[in-house]
Design a protein around this ligand. Sequence first.
Ligand SMILES: Cc1cc2nc3c(=O)[nH]c(=O)nc-3n(C[C@H](O)[C@H](O)[C@H](O)COP(=O)(O)OP(=O)(O)OC[C@H]3O[C@@H](n4cnc5c(N)ncnc54)[C@H](O)[C@@H]3O)c2cc1C
Length: 547
Amino acid sequence: MARPEDEEVDYCIVGAGVAGCVVANRLTEDANTSVALLEAGPRDWHPWIHIPATCLWLQSDARFNWLYESEPVPESGGRRFRISQGRVLGGSGSINGMLHVRGQAADFDSWAQSGCRGWSHDEVLPFFAKAESYDGAGDAALRGRDGPLAVSDFLAVHPLTQAFLDAAQESGVQVNADMNGSSREGAALYQQNRRGRFRANAGQTYLRAARRRPNLRLLTEAPVTRILFEGRRAVGIAYRRDGMERIIRARREVILSGGAMRSPHLLQLSGIGDASWLRACGIAPLLGLPGVGRNLRDHYQIRVAHRVGGVVTLNERTRGLAVVKEALAYAFLGRGMLTMGAGTAALFHRSREGLAAPDSQLVFAPGSFAAPGVLEREPGMTIGGWPSRPESHGTVRLRTAEPLEPPAIAPGYLSAQEDRRVIVSCLRMIRRLFAAPSLARWSRHETFPGDAVHSDDELLDFARQRGSAGLHFTGTCRMGSDPGAVVDPRLRLRGVEGLRVVDASIMPNCTVGNTNATVVMVAEKGAAMIREDALQSIAARQAAAAT
Ligand SMILES: Cc1cc2nc3c(=O)[nH]c(=O)nc-3n(C[C@H](O)[C@H](O)[C@H](O)COP(=O)(O)OP(=O)(O)OC[C@H]3O[C@@H](n4cnc5c(N)ncnc54)[C@H](O)[C@@H]3O)c2cc1C
């Protein structure tokens, strides 16, 4: 029952992350549509968010990051993993490495074949193009030039990055001039979500454009605590602010864009999920939907590092006088190390002969890490690798009925034999690349894991003990047409009305490539479907009124 003090809008969007910002922008293009966009975290005021390289410092900054700790993972030495996820306007897109990689055609074609009608590569390609404005060369038929999402080539190519591409060729791998062109084959320079010297992800582009519109109501530091239902219809949300619970009612739909951890968690808190999980926390099930919070996938990553001689790496450029020079180059010229993100080039790898498409990704960085987000003092370079379409999967499950209590995250890394095989193949390919003349020229020795690790068993053990979260989480509200799916191919929650999920959680699996660009595509397509469905229901109501 609506109270006079409740606000009412057409759509409530939960989470102003990558997907939420895209959807808010597209829905408010229609001046007659009102939208409330609620974000648990603060505004994106901090300069470290906007300077590309300083994203490394945000990895452990609890002001802008949910900073989860996973459950112990049995196949990864029983370790707990630190899991960064953005909690700020722009979401993880405000703290991520800014690397822009579309999924490969085979990913989307397999979605369509598995029951996600409308999501084949040909059908999603227009949304990738619509989203972006790419400032480099590239096939005009495939690349977008005037979308909101800025995509740029790196301003300069580090000599070690060039050596990585040359080493790829020396190892029999072709170099691809446009990583986001017609294929994800071979080795290629990364592209970034950067405009000029600044980060330019969904928060800084889609949301900035929409914030001026009077039909968008944006609330920050407003965690949504539950979805409100009348019978089986979602009619609004409750959120907390200043210690009070408040309500916003949605005339048309509630849209969950809280990301792969929080969208399933909010559904569970609202009574939708595995009934036994809900009852264990004292929540009466509204709808038993066991897929909610299952099928958690990620790109489990392992890195190999080398000591370097004869060329300056990122490590030395972050210390002493060099860092002052970098700051001046950034401030006055908009160039230098501070314009860079997490990696500089990638190689899409086939882990065995006979595969129709790459199944794993290697990532090069002209620097090396002492700890997550902390570069080593001595010169170094790194190649990381991960299985791209992991078969291992885990869960996100509520611990208690208290909405602000984080969910239990069990990522299930390396639980599938196939992923264990693929990660060993990645490590072998990484060593081949380091041994190729162009990289060997600069390498002094392998620092990590080092000479003692050789056999497949030793490599696998290294991957178990030293691998880290890839932070490309997907799958916890899986899209499909089968009884186990959480949302249908129009992203509507199965079994209730007025509720959709639009974010990384609907992806059936990770794509080959980092996930941000695909999430933007999902949100573009999701927003288009929401608008189409609204027009159809208005037309149906008018037709009914006319008869
Ligand atoms: C550190 C890091 C580095 C990464 N690097 C890259 C990269 O270089 N390239 C790439 O392609 N991908 C990268 N990714 C992955 C990419 O950023 C994600 O795939 C993408 O951001 C997912 O978008 P989303 O909209 O699903 O979730 P998010 O962008 O995480 O947005 C979810 C938002 O919802 C908010 N929220 C959640 N629950 C609630 C609630 N109850 N009430 C209100 N608000 C709520 C959150 O605070 C958050 O702002 C990285 C991710 C991380 C964390």
